[in-house]
Design a protein around this ligand. Structure first.
Ligand code: ZN
Ligand code: FE
Length: 255
C-alpha cells in the first residue's frame, strides 16, 4: 500500500508534513515547526505519531518537538550534531543512513549550506524527497552557515534524483521565488508555465507543493547555475557554476 502524505501550514509560511504507512500505522512528521497544527492533522486522520524526522536545527523546524514527544513518546531523528543544539533526540543520522518508518524507508541525504547540519529525507519507493530549506520550488534556502560551493553541491545532489520524484520543501516561498527567477530567465517557458500555475494556486489559497523535480530542473534558476545562458545573463560567461550560483543567491537576498 502506498504511503499517505498530508500537507498543511504551520507558523507564518512553514509547511507541516505527515507521512503515514497504512500497513503498520507508523506516522512521521517531517520537522515540527509548532505542535498545534501537527496535533490537529493527526487527530483529523486518527493517526498516532511514531517519529519526527528533523532536517536542521532552526527554531521554525524544531519548535514543536518537545510537546509532540511528550504526548506521543515518539522517536526523534535528527542530523549528526555539528554544534547544533537539537534537544530530545533519540537517533542521530548521517549521509546514506536509512531510517524505517514502519515499512517506509527514508534515506538520509546530507545537504549542508543553509545550515551545516541540514539533511534531506529521500523516500525512494515513494519517489518523494523532503528537502526543507535546501531546495524550495523555484528557489533555494539562504546560505547561513555554509559556503556557496557547499550549497551548490547540495543542490546538485538533489538535482541528481529522478525527474518523477516529488519535492516537498520547508516553506511556501514559491510566488516570491518565481518573481525573482523571471528577472533572470524571463524567456524560460517552463518557468513561465510554473508562474501561471503558482498564481492560480495562490489565488485559490492552495499550496504550491509538491512539485516534480523534473519541472524544477527546467524552471528553477538556482538548479540552473551551470546553464551557459544563466551565466551570460549575469555577465559571468565561463565562470564556475558555484560562483554563478553565489551571484544568484546574493541577488535574491537583495531582491
Ligand atoms: Zn531554516
Ligand atoms: Fe525554515
Amino acid at each position: 500500500m502506498a504511503a499517505e502524505i498530508r500537507t498543511f501550514s504551520c507558523l507564518n509560511d512553514n509547511f507541516g508534513y505527515l507521512i503515514h504507512d497504512p500497513e503498520t500505522g507508523a506516522t512521521a512528521s517531517i520537522d515540527a515547526p509548532e505542535a498545534g497544527p501537527i496535533l490537529k492533522a493527526l487527530d483529523r486522520e486518527g493517526w498516532q505519531l511514531t517519529d519526527i524526522l528533523i532536517t536542521h536545527h532552526h527554531g521554525d523546524h524544531v519548535g514543536g518537538v518537545a510537546e509532540l514527544k511528550q504526548k506521543y513518546n515518539c522517536r526523534v531523528v535528527a542530523p549528526h550534531d555539528k554544534a547544533a543544539k537539537i534537544a530530545d533526540v533519540d537517533l542521530r543520522v548521517a549521509n546514506a543512513d536509512v531510517v524505517k518508518i514502519g515499512n517506509l524507508l527514508a534515506r538520509v541525504l546530507e545537504t549542508p549550506g543553509h545550515t551545516l547540519d541540514h539533511v534531506s529525507y529521500v523516500f525512494d519507493n515513494e519517489k518523494t524527497v523532503f528537502a526543507a530549506d535546501t531546495l524550495f520550488s523555484i528557489g533555494c534556502g539562504r546560505v547561513f552557515e555554509g559556503t556557496y560551493p557547499m550549497m551548490w553541491d547540495s543542490l546538485l545532489k538533489l538535482r541528481a534524483l529522478p525527474d518523477d520524484f516529488k519535492l516537498y520543501c520547508g516553506h511556501e516561498y514559491t510566488a516570491s521565488n518565481v518573481k525573482f527567477a523571471l528577472t533572470v530567465e524571463p524567456d524560460n517557458a517552463a518557468l513561465q508555465a510554473r508562474a501561471a500555475e503558482v498564481a492560480k494556486l495562490r489565488a485559490e489559497n492552495k499550496p504550491t507543493i509538491p512539485t516534480l523535480l523534473g519541472e524544477e530542473k527546467r524552471a528553477n534558476v538556482f538548479l540552473r547555475a551551470d546553464e551557459p545562458q544563466v551565466a551570460a545573463k549575469l555577465h559571468m560567461k565561463g565562470a564556475d557554476a558555484a560562483a554563478v550560483f553565489g551571484e544568484l543567491r546574493e541577488r535574491k537576498n537583495k531582491s
